[in-house]
Design a protein around this ligand. Structure first.
Ligand SMILES: NC(=O)c1ccc[n+]([C@@H]2O[C@H](COP(=O)([O-])OP(=O)(O)OC[C@H]3O[C@@H](n4cnc5c(N)ncnc54)[C@H](O)[C@@H]3O)[C@@H](O)[C@H]2O)c1
Ligand SMILES: O=c1ccn([C@@H]2O[C@H](COP(=O)(O)OP(=O)(O)O[C@H]3O[C@H](CO)[C@H](O)[C@H](O)[C@H]3O)[C@@H](O)[C@H]2O)c(=O)[nH]1
Length: 317
């Protein structure tokens, strides 16, 4: 297929672009470089520096079969203090993209949704039938787009799949996570091991979990990318499907730090602070639906995720 990848200069978009190219697809990356870097666009992909609100320019050239839509603002904390950025970029931007797709008759999309759509559920694991009650504007913006896709599929025949990722980590083919500022746990822990920070901040030791620290479901970015290629092939006209992507196993923040100590051989000192605003205590996915429908399962365990993230960080130093 000829695929437009929005956000392909970012972490996950660069890995999925790599796998699309490996599978023989033709890829154009569209990215405004707000959080991405041009060097992360894989060789073999065409790069257009533009905002998704200008996607009509590229799509209007014709011949595109599908869009993979990663471009978004994705920091929970920033979304609490500047919600307008999230409504404008993630929602208005995506509506403009959908309009450009309609005009160019591109009728297939795979969308990056998130576990943040669910909020504090109490469900363990979380299935796609768990109600979405997002507790921050980031999650709200992603739910809004899920509804927009549902309408676009029903009214205009779009083939759409939303993939709700839980916590993504690791690297693939030399592409990894490089956010500035970095808010994610695994890269922050590894920055300490690399000597870039004196200690890792642990947010909250009073959660209702066995060791008091928050539990998340960590997923290797290469497993995640494989799900995207399956979804690209499986999206069916007039339907919008939602799939949770996780490993089904939860790890506490303490367990992640302990595993990182084993992988790196560094002591990784910890500084404890109160809970971070907007953080649910436990988020673990059930991916039973995508396993049943598309045969996808996460294969790469937490030590491999951390090891690959560590390899990437060292290569980027
Ligand atoms: N990293 C995670 O753990 C995680 C979890 C769940 C969902 N997601 C979602 O996955 C997607 C990719 O996340 P990531 O971690 O790779 O983030 P990232 O910040 O590394 O990548 C996002 C890319 O989109 C680009 N971009 C943002 N707004 C744009 C716009 N208006 N026009 C053009 N380009 C724009 C950025 O420059 C960047 O290259 C996002 O939609 C995010 O919400 C990520
Ligand atoms: O330096 C840090 C960073 C994080 N944490 C803790 O580690 C856990 C994981 O935090 P991350 O920031 O790595 O990930 P989140 O679970 O907050 O959020 C990520 O996963 C969500 C879905 O689960 C959303 O998709 C969101 O976009 C994505 O950033 C949280 O309890 C957080 O408080 C720390 O203790 N110290």
């Amino acid at each position: 297929m000829k695929v437009l990848v929005t956000g392909g200069a970012g972490y996950i978009g660069s890995v999925v672009t790599t796998q699309l190219l490996e599978a023989g697809h033709t890829v154009t990356v569209l990215d405004n470089l707000t959080t991405g870097v041009a060097a992360a666009v894989p060789e073999g992909a065409r790069f257009v520096q533009a905002d998704i609100k200008q996607a009509g320019g590229v799509l209007g050239e014709g011949g595109y079969d599908a869009v993979m839509h990663f471009a978004a603002k994705s920091q929970v904390g920033e979304s609490m203090t500047r919600p307008e950025l999230y409504w404008d970029n993630n929602v208005a931007g995506t509506l403009a993209l959908l309009e450009a797709m309609r005009a160019a008759e591109v009728r297939r999309i795979v969308f990056s949704s998130t576990a943040a759509t669910y909020g504090v559920t109490g469900d363990e694991p979380i299935t796609e039938d768990t109600p979405t009650v997002p507790i921050n504007p980031y999650g709200q913006s992603k739910v809004a787009v899920d509804y927009a896709l549902q309408g676009e599929a029903a009214a205009h025949g779009l083939a759409a799949i939303s993939l709700r990722y839980f916590n993504v980590g690791g690297s693939y083919a030399g592409f990894g996570e490089r956010h500035d500022p970095e808010t994610h746990l695994i890269p922050n822990v590894l920055r300490v091991a690399a000597g870039l920070a004196p200690s890792v901040t642990l947010y909250g030791t009073d959660y209702p979990t066995p060791d008091g620290t928050a539990i998340r479901d960590y997923l290797h970015v290469a497993d995640l990318a494989e799900a995207h290629l399956l979804a690209l092939a499986a999206a069916a006209p007039g339907t919008h499907r939602i799939y949770n992507l996780g490993s089904g196993t939860g790890y506490s923040v303490n367990e992640v730090i302990t595993t990182a100590r084993q992988v790196t051989g560094h002591s990784i000192p910890v500084t404890t602070l109160p809970r971070r605003a907007g953080d649910p205590p436990v988020l673990v996915a059930s991916s039973a639906r995508i396993t049943a429908d598309l045969g996808w399962k996460a294969h790469r365990p937490l030590p491999e995720i951390i090891d690959d993230a560590w390899t990437f960080l060292q290569s980027a130093l």
